[in-house]
Design a protein around this ligand. Structure first.
Ligand SMILES: Cc1ncc(COP(=O)(O)O)c(C=O)c1O
Length: 462
C-alpha cells in the first residue's frame, strides 16, 4: 500500500504517547505526561501551535531556536516545493553542486572578512565536531578550552565540552585534552593559553544554558590572548546566529573576529536539518591540503540539496522581512516590558539578554513570608520555583516556556523572530498574573510545586 500521509495522520491520531512509551524514549513521554504537557499538536504557524482541541499556544521555545522565521514560513515552503518539483540531482557526490556554493557564498558574505569558506554539516553538534577537528589540524595542537555552563551538543566530542557534568555521566572517557574555564573570566583564559598548547577556545557568544553574557572587554581580551599564542577563537553561533540576538552573528555585539563560526538551527528554515562551520581559507586548507586529502573530512548528507534550499530561502527571508533589525527592536521592547514586572515583583530578580534571546531569573525575595515559600519549594527540588511558573503559563495561559537549565530558576525565551507587540502583551500579561499569584501566596501555586516534586502533576486542561 503506498504511504498516504493524510490518512496515516488521521487514522493514528492520539497514539503519540503510547508509541513513544513503547518504542522511543519512554522517560520523555513520562515527563511530558507528568507535567500535563501531553497535548496533541496538529498545526504550526508563525510563533503559534494549535492542538487538536483548537487551542492556540504561543511558543517561546521555537524548537530550541529552530523556528526563527516562525513555523511553516510560506517562502521556505514554496522553495522546498520547487526543489521537489524540479527533481534536482541531489547528492551526486562526484560533483560540485551549485546550491551548496550559493549557500556558502551567502553565509561567508554575512561574516567578517576573515571568514572565507564553509563546511556543511547535518546538525549543530556536527558543526562543533568539525570545528574541533579543523582547529586541531590548523594549529597542530590538541587542547581545547570551553566554558563552564557551556552547551555545544551531545555527540561525544561536543559532549566533552559540556559545562554540566550530568550530561556526561556514564559516557566517558570523552575527548582528552579539554579544559573548562569560568565563563567571563579573562584571567583564566590567559592562564591556560599561556601554556602555548591550546588549539582553540570553543565558546558561545551568549550562553544558552542560563543566558549568561560577558562584556565586550572580556571578548576582546580573550581574542587578544588567543591570537598572541596562535590559538583559535571558535564562536559557537548554533543558537545565537542568524539574527537571534539582534545582529546576524552575536559576536558582532563585541567587536571581535572569531577564527571559526558554527551555525545550524535557524538556517534550516524549520524544515531541513543543516549546519555549517565557517572558517578562513587557511583553516579549511589545513585539512584539505592536497588533492589526496579532498575527502579527509566529509559527511554523506552534509550538502543535501533540500537543506541548501532551506538555508538559501531562510537567508533571503531574513533580509526581505528585515528580521535582524526587527529582532533587535522587539527584543528591546520585550526586555523593557519584563523589567517593568521585575520592578514590581520581588521574586523576579533579573532580565538579561540580547535581541530575542532573553533570560528571566527568579530568586530569594526580601519579604519574610515570600522567602519562606520560595525556600520551601527550593528545598523540595532546586529550580522548582521556576517549574511552578512554567506550569501555569502553559495550563492557564497557553504559553510554552522552558527552564533554562537543570536546577536553576531561569526561564529562557527564544521565540520566533517574527513575534511582535501582541506576543509581548500576551507573555507579559500572563507572567504578571502568575507572579501575582506567587506573591499572594495563592495555594494553587504552592500545590503546583508539591505535585511536581511528588511527580504527580496531572491536570490536563481538558
Ligand atoms: C550553542 C549550541 N551548540 C550546539 C548545539 C547542538 O546542536 P544540535 O542539537 O543540532 O546538535 C546546540 C543545541 O542546542 C547549541 O545551543
Amino acid at each position: 500500500v503506498p504511504f498516504d500521509l493524510r490518512s496515516t495522520l488521521a487514522e493514528r491520531h492520539g497514539e503519540n504517547y503510547a508509541l513513544h512509551q513503547q518504542l522511543l524514549n519512554p522517560q520523555l513521554a513520562n515527563v511530558l505526561q507528568t507535567l500535563g504537557f501531553d497535548h496533541f499538536y496538529t498545526r504550526g504557524e508563525g510563533c503559534y501551535l494549535w492542538d487538536d482541541q483548537g487551542d492556540r499556544y504561543f511558543d517561546t521555545l521555537a524548537g530550541f531556536g529552530v523556528f526563527a522565521l516562525g513555523r511553516n514560513h510560506p517562502a521556505v515552503k514554496a522553495a522546498l516545493h520547487d526543489a521537489l518539483d524540479l527533481d534536482l540531482p541531489n547528492l551526486v557526490q562526484m560533483d560540485c553542486a551549485l546550491l551548496a556554493g550559493l549557500l556558502a557564498e551567502q553565509l561567508v558574505a554575512r561574516a567578517h572578512d576573515g571568514i572565507e569558506r564553509a563546511v556543511f554539516t547535518n546538525s549543530g553538534a556536527e558543526a562543533v565536531e568539525t570545528a574541533i577537528k579543523f582547529a586541531r589540524q590548523a594549529t597542530g595542537r590538541s587542547r581545547i578550552l570551553f566554558a563552564d555552563h557551556a552547551f555545544h551538543g551531545l555527540t561525544t566530542g561536543a559532549l566533552a565540552l559540556n559545562g554540566s557534568k550530568g550530561f556526561q555521566q556514564g559516557f566517558g572517557p570523552l575527548l582528552p585534552g579539554v579544559t573548562a574555564v569560568p565563563f567571563g573570566d579573562l584571567e583564566a583564559v590567559q592562564r591556560e593559553v599561556a601554556r602555548g598548547d591550546v588549539a582553540a577556545f570553543v565558546v558561545e557568544p551568549i550562553q544558552g544554558k542560563g543566558v549568561h553574557l560577558a562584556t565586550a572587554g572580556y571578548w576582546q581580551g580573550v581574542q587578544e590572548a588567543l591570537h598572541a599564542k596562535g590559538s583559535l577563537l571558535v564562536a559557537d553561533e548554533v543558537q545565537t546566529g542568524l539574527g537571534r540576538t539582534g545582529r546576524f552573528f552575536a559576536y558582532e555585539h563585541y567587536g571581535i573576529r572569531p577564527d571559526i563560526v558554527t551555525v545550524s538551527k535557524a538556517l534550516s528554515g524549520g524544515y531541513i536539518p543543516v549546519g555549517a562551520m565557517l572558517a578562513s581559507d587557511a583553516i579549511v586548507r589545513s585539512v584539505h591540503r592536497s588533492m589526496s586529502k579532498a575527502l579527509k573530512h566529509s559527511s554523506t548528507f552534509s550538502r543535501n540539496q533540500l537543506a541548501m534550499v532551506a538555508g538559501l530561502a531562510t537567508l533571503a527571508t531574513l533580509d526581505d522581512e528585515d528580521l535582524v533589525a526587527h529582532t533587535a527592536k522587539v527584543g528591546e521592547q520585550l526586555r523593557t516590558a519584563l523589567q517593568g514586572l521585575a520592578d514590581r515583583y520581588e521574586l523576579f530578580t533579573d532580565v538579561r539578554g540580547e535581541g530575542l534571546m532573553i533570560g528571566i531569573e527568579f530568586g530569594l525575595p526580601e519579604d519574610r513570608a515570600l522567602r519562606r515559600r520560595f525556600r520551601l519549594l527550593e528545598l523540595m527540588r532546586k529550580g522548582l520555583f521556576t517549574q511552578a511558573i512554567v506550569l501555569p503559563l502553559f495550563h492557564r495561559h497557553k504559553i510554552i516556556t522552558q527552564v533554562a537549565a537543570d536546577d536553576v530558576n531561569i526561564i529562557k525565551l527564544i521565540p520566533s523572530l517574527v513575534m511582535g507587540s501582541d506576543e509581548i502583551d500576551l507573555l507579559v500579561g500572563a507572567l504578571d498574573d502568575v507572579l501575582a499569584d506567587a506573591h499572594a501566596g495563592n495555594g494553587l501555586f504552592v500545590d503546583a510545586g508539591k505535585q511536581l516534586a511528588g511527580g504527580a502533576w496531572k491536570t490536563r486542561s481538558r
